[in-house]
Design a protein around this ligand. Sequence first.
Ligand SMILES: C[S@@+](CC[C@H](N)C(=O)[O-])C[C@H]1O[C@@H](n2cnc3c(N)ncnc32)[C@H](O)[C@@H]1O
Length: 205
Amino acid sequence: MTEKKDYFAHKADIYEENAKRVSNVQNIADGILKKLVYSKDMHILDFGSGTGLLTQEIAPYVGNITALDMSTSMNKVLSAKKNDFPCELEVIEVDITKENHSEKFQNLDGIISSMTIHHVEDIEDLFIKFYNMLNENGTIGLADLETENGSFHTDDTGVYHFGFDKEEFLEIAKKVGFKELNIETISIASKPHGDFPIFLLTGKK
Ligand SMILES: C[S@@+](CC[C@H](N)C(=O)[O-])C[C@H]1O[C@@H](n2cnc3c(N)ncnc32)[C@H](O)[C@@H]1O
């Protein structure tokens, strides 16, 4: 059996104390809400939901959110806020790369994600999984770091990509079958040692 690692165990409880992190995710949510149309009959999946910073911004606009994250400690912080959510919320602890979810996650109207995909090694495989989980015309709203020099994280454990080239990222989504794709810089994550642009990729199945 493979040992299960919780890379966020040491920061889950203080994760939301970083005001710049919170405002970065608010910019991402604003971008998603400008580009994609949601309604209260929709079921959305937030991949790598963490403590729910993005989940809670999208919650007022949809009926149901599945928050998927492999970190016990991050899920615990989100689950503690569950009763305050203006939509149905299910928090599920899985590593999306390790298990077969084709039956568990089906007929989704949308998939959102913030600052998580650089933790996944095989992006094409991830996009195929997303594609198979979505309804026809289901949408994606995926935000993450643009190419950086490796200084964004102080500890690179669990980091597979130093950000992404926007065009290459879009091309992988196109290859998998997503359409009406658009990618643009949506926010800047500011750290004392530099500014890190964040992109938002939107599209539909
Ligand atoms: C940097 S945090 C972002 C959290 C949140 N989306 C936000 O923007 O504040 C990345 C999250 O992705 C989760 N994660 C990374 N790889 C994952 C995987 N393969 N399956 C599920 N969750 C994953 C981590 O546990 C962590 O909570």
